[in-house]
Design a protein around this ligand. Structure first.
Ligand code: BGC
Length: 745
């Protein structure tokens, strides 16, 4: 294979091509690319528009164009599968760093850490010979039950956008393209292959598109994965509005689109309305496309444009020679350090009654209770996962970090919930598996846990969900703690009131019962291969907790907007002709074969997450942006000014405690006397600040005025509403410490 791209870059440099936007770096080789396309046959071109294997699409050997190798993300480079499926190939060199999953990354509220995370992913992808990471996954967490909340970042578009930008830049700076997914409005797993999302344009633009727009325009994301679902009637992979008008037309996207696996739906639709690569199969963008071109139904220029977009990415991303890739395990010490750093800043302290945390030096015996203390989460469930070289579980971390002389005991207390996987893999009868998700605790297991709790100075109850409960392909039915965990914590508290509960989950849980019996509650996430060490460092007070919730914990599920509006779960209409679909080669899984009609109305509009609760004045359990520390922070001396371009805010932040700690200062805006309807408040800037004990620092935040615009449905454009804006600065969306007002003229 000839590395022609180097030559082309040099040609371009010599011709002094101008790169004005991050997307422009993709077009620097267009002249050369056009020459190549002109030399290709139709068959050769179409060969590039569909999968070659389950995780690659073809280049062109004759012309020295390497295949494109995809790596499933988003929180670690997925283990190698067999060429035509997801079954593990059984390699020994394909382990990679397990980074904290999406919602944990988001809890750091740090674009800098997202950059490091993305660069770790990018570097390890290169070592594995991969060109494009299928990630980051940046859909808005609309539903507390969403099976993929753990992969996604936030309920807030601004926070999700900043992190998506960090991740994208980090990965692409290391020479690996990202494929941001799932574009767009893929906010539920229930019927994800068929659901038709009905959403107004303002909401799409202001909430659901934002992270994608930022990753494309600001960070130059090179690939985009259209989602499985439909939007306003058309599948995302053949949605003219989404892919051609908005993505390419308005945002200036110059890279390639790759359908979600099995998410291509027709030849004409995909060909004419914006899809470049069908993954997987060649049913639509293969021989049928060649026929359509020959029949004059699809102009050959349309095929050329697709090949051009693929080649732009191919030329921007250097292929890894086969004899260089996979020579050693991909997981790098530096990435593991990043995984630790992210994990340690992601843990959220939700409650700390009687300052029970950090664990006092007087505690000499700790009972760690709960199966999640020993469960590994790098892989499992359906979809994203990574073969981690090791994984420090909560129990292991606690053992590693416990001061000398502290005894640690452990009891499992509850069974595993294996869900449909138990049935698929014949594990249903295993004595370790609960038959039902809400099964009561096994009496013997409970008795053992109570005994250990009684005998300890402190109980650490590790509860939460697992990878079978929160998983791709399905949503939870409730956010209740599963397998009798509420009964267990109650029983533990009856023999020992000193209970610290750690929730291991990707999305929010209903903690009303847990709260009654726990003196402290910690959101521990699926926190990567160093997660246990990071958690234990916080529990023992080696570092102060500093994570902040990227989504709201509602008091109960039914309070959350899509439920309150009756928008979820939806009514499903089963249509006739179930058989038509069964012979489609590109479709995997029964769920997608169902021929059904289901509409998901988004009538809550932009009132997603805290926007809903704040606007409707409804109480929540833990608010968006909330998270305690072991110290207090003082906010003072706010100064604010507004120019035509930006609002500038400065203030002093003091760590009034006696240990070093980070605070995430959050700036929300609220419109005064607006004529347009707005949520009560919206996040528009934030900063993670590290402060030594007693230190004060001046902090500056800036909000570009363009960020304050709304999408005007009438003019179909972004519009600025002038007038007074209240600035709300604080430690959480419900903990505003300082206010100021500026005028937007
Ligand atoms: C998921 C994608 C993933 C792809 C390949 C799909 O089922 O929705 O996120 O990248 O599979 O594994």
């Amino acid at each position: 294979m000839k590395p022609i791209y180097f030559l082309s870059i040099m040609v371009c440099l010599a011709a002094s091509c101008t790169v004005q936007t991050p997307q422009d770096r993709l077009t620097v080789n267009d002249e050369k690319i056009n020459e190549l396309i002109a030399s290709m046959s139709l068959d050769e071109k179409v060969q590039m528009l569909h999968s070659k294997t389950n995780m690659s699409s073809a280049g062109n050997e004759r012309l020295g164009i390497a295949d494109m190798n995809y790596a499933d993300g988003p929180f670690g480079i997925r283990e190698e599968g067999v060429p035509n499926g997801f079954t593990p190939a059984g390699w020994t060199t394909d382990s990679a760093t397990f980074f904290p999953t999406g919602s944990a990354l988001a809890a750091t509220w740090s674009e800098e850490l997202a950059y490091k995370y993305g660069s770790g992913m990018g570097k390890e992808a290169r070592l594995r010979g991969k060109d494009i990471i299928l990630g980051p996954a940046i859909n808005i967490q609309r539903l507390p039950v969403c099976g993929r909340s753990y992969e996604y970042l936030s309920e807030d578009p601004f926070l999700a956008a900043r992190l998506a930008v960090g991740y994208t830049k980090g990965s692409q700076d290391m020479g690996t393209a990202v494929c941001i997914k799932h574009f767009a409005l893929n906010n539920q797993e229930t019927n994800r292959g068929t659901v038709n999302v009905i959403c107004d344009e303002r909401t799409m633009r202001e909430i659901y598109f934002k992270p994608f727009e930022a990753a494309v325009k600001e960070a130059g994301a090179m690939a985009v994965m259209p989602a499985y679902n439909k939007i306003n009637g058309d599948y995302c992979s053949e949605n003219e509005y989404l892919l051609n008008e908005v993505l390419r037309g308005e945002w200036g996207f110059k890279g390639m689109t790759v359908s979600d696996w099995g998410g291509t739906h027709s030849t004409m639709g995909a060909a004419l309305h914006g899809l470049d690569v069908q993954m997987t199969g060649d049913h639509y963008l293969g021989p049928a496309l060649i026929d359509s071109v020959k029949a004059g139904k699809v102009p050959e220029e349309v095929v050329d444009a697709k090949v051009r977009e693929i080649l732009r990415v191919r030329f921007a991303i250097e292929p890894v020679p086969a004899d260089v890739a996979n020579q050693a395990t991909a997981s790098q010490p530096e990435s593991r350090q990043t995984a630790y750093e992210v994990a340690s800043k992601a843990v959220v302290l939700l409650k700390n009654q009687n300052k029970i945390l950090p664990i006092s030096k007087d505690v000499k015996k700790i009972a760690v209770i709960g199966r999640n203390a020993v469960a590994t989460v790098a892989s499992g469930g359906m979809g994203a996962g990574v073969k981690a070289p090791y994984e420090i579980t909560p129990l292991q971390g606690i053992k590693n970090k416990a001061p000398e002389g502290v005894e640690i005991t452990y009891a499992q207390a509850y069974k595993n919930y294996a869900g449909m996987f138990a049935r698929w893999f014949g594990l249903a009868d295993s004595p370790d598996n609960a038959a039902e998700i809400n099964e009561s605790p096994d009496p013997a297991m409970l008795a053992e846990a109570v005994e250990k709790a009684k005998d300890a100075d402190l109980v650490i109850f590790v509860c939460g969900t697992n990878k079978n409960i929160e998983t791709e392909g399905s949503d939870r039915q409730t956010i209740d703690l599963p397998v009798g965990q509420n009964e267990i914590v109650k029983a533990l508290s009856e023999v020992n009131p000193k209970i610290v509960s750690i929730i291991i989950s990707g999305g929010p849980c209903d903690v009303q019962e847990l709260d009654k019996y726990s003196q402290a509650i910690v959101q521990g996430w699926w926190n990567g291969l160093e997660g246990g060490n990071a958690l234990a460092d916080i529990l023992f007070g080696n570092i102060a907790p500093s994570g902040k919730l990227p989504f709201t914990f509602p008091i109960k599920l039914e309070d959350s907007p899509a439920y309150a509006m009756g928008n979820f779960p939806q009514k499903v209409e089963v249509l006739g002709d179930m058989f038509g679909n069964q012979y489609r080669k590109d479709i995997q899984g029964q769920r997608m074969m169902r021929n059904i009609k289901v509409d998901a109305y988004y009538t809550e509009g932009p009132l997603v997450g805290y926007r809903w609760f704040d606007t409707k004045n409804l109480p929540v359990k833990y608010a968006f942006g909330y998270g305690l520390s072991y110290v207090d922070f003082k906010y003072s001396d706010i100064k604010a000014s507004a120019s035509k371009k930006a609002i500038k805010v400065s203030f002093n932040l003091t760590n009034t405690g006696d240990m070093d700690a980070d605070e995430v200062a959050q700036l929300y805006v609220s419109r005064i006397d607006a004529t347009v309807s707005w949520p009560a408040k919206e996040l528009k800037a934030f900063k993670r600040v590290s402060l030594a004990a007693g230190q004060t620092q001046k902090v500056e935040l800036s909000i570009p005025v363009s960020e304050l615009q709304y999408w005007d449905e009438q003019t179909k454009d972004w519009t600025l509403e002038k007038g007074q804006i209240k600035l709300l600065l604080g430690s959480a969306s419900d903990d505003i410490r300082l206010e100021s007002t500026v005028e937007i003229k």
